[in-house]
Design a protein around this ligand. Structure first.
Ligand code: SF4
Length: 349
């Protein structure tokens, strides 16, 4: 059975697990009071460290779905940030996990059997730590990525972590912040003093791809609407077109998508709109996991039709054949060049 297709924009969990001490923090308290009287949300206060026992499921299929509907409120104890090359210097660990159920998602193999969404209540400690990293690199600018292992927008109404981060980086001349989303609940970010230090990227695709492979995400129209609002608020804006799939009419569909973006974006953008284009790829581990959690998936994952490429992180992946990659590069280069004046193509791979 395929998951329902909807126009989801915020995360309403089925259960919330509060880790020990998380209720001592403002965020923990506010999430608790938001949901404590909601009969549809189970509240669990942990007394031990055995978090996963509270998430049901005996097989990966069920564990995945139950995990995706679980919110964990915790504390980021180890304040050593992961590096995030090449897109940023460090990950900013606000949230991990995501309510979305995209069949191709790279997080499918990153978050374990029960991919819950975890928010970190000690946001002030996290931003203080960011300041230490910024100071270490002075006078250079330090860039932080807020969505390396998550989509932070659907939980923003509970955490306000992005809001605090945008404010923090807005005041900081030596740092930049960026994050990417497939959602549209960005209203709370529109009137902040970001000073152009936060770049908001929207992950976007053709309606065909979104309807077929992405579940519980915002529609294409909602994401574009949100991108326009963010651009009108003076933020640097970018589009991550990923994953690009080759299917009948793909050129026509991606052309229409780019035309829609170029016609709707304001003409007087303060910053060039950035583009990152990534063709579909998968690892064998990811493929096996996807076959278990989405047994009816129709993702193009026939190894014979792909080229095996060794990746920089030591494992290989199946990418499109060389000719197809060249075709994708040529197509997007030409289209973006022709349709956008104030733009910057970061990469097409
Ligand atoms: Fe993964 Fe992004 Fe989809 Fe969430 S929205 S499941 S992070 S691809």
């Amino acid at each position: 059975m395929k998951p329902e297709k909807g126009d989801d924009n915020i995360f309403i969990p089925k259960r919330i697990i509060f880790e020990k001490d998380s209720l001592d923090y403002e965020m923990g308290k506010s999430i608790f009071s938001k949901f404590k009287d909601n009969d549809n949300v189970e509240i669990i206060k942990m007394t031990s460290n055995r978090l996963k026992q509270h998430i049901p499921g005996n097989d990966l299929f069920t564990q995945y779905r139950e995990g995706k509907r679980t919110l964990v409120v915790g504390i980021k104890k180890t304040l050593k940030f992961q590096s995030c090359k090449p897109s940023a210097h460090y990950q900013l660990p606000l949230v991990s996990g995501c309510m979305g159920q995209c069949e191709y998602c790279y997080l499918n193999t990153q978050l374990g059997d029960k991919p819950f969404v975890k928010v970190h209540a000690n946001i002030d400690d996290i931003l203080n730590q960011a300041q230490k990293y910024i100071n270490e690199r002075l006078p250079n600018i330090t860039v932080f990525e807020g969505a390396a292992t998550s989509d932070p927008i659907p939980v923003e109404y509970c955490t306000h972590s992005l809001q605090k981060s945008v404010d923090f980086f807005g005041k900081n001349p030596n740092a930049r912040f960026r994050f990417v989303t497939k959602y549209n609940d960005i209203e709370s970010l529109l009137n902040l003093e970001h000073n152009g230090h936060t770049e908001v990227r929207f992950s976007i695709n053709t309606s065909f791809v979104i309807n077929k492979y992405e579940h519980f995400t915002a529609s294409k129209g909602k994401r574009i609407e949100a991108a326009i609002k963010v651009a009108q608020s003076g933020y640097p804006v970018g589009f991550l077109i990923a994953p690009v799939f080759i299917y009948p009419s793909w050129k026509e569909h991606y052309h229409d998508l780019l035309v829609e973006l170029s016609s709707k974006l304001p003409d007087d953008l303060k910053f060039p709109v950035t583009f990152e284009v990534i063709s579909h790829r998968y690892t064998t581990i990811a493929k096996n996991r996807i076959l278990e959690i989405f047994p009816e998936n129709e993702l193009p994952m026939n190894d014979e039709e792909r080229k095996f490429k060794y990746g920089q992180f030591g494992y290989g992946k199946y990418v499109y054949e060389k000719e197809s990659i060249s075709e994708i590069k040529e197509f997007f280069t030409k289209e973006i060049e022709g349709l956008f004046n104030n733009k910057k193509v970061l990469y097409i791979i």
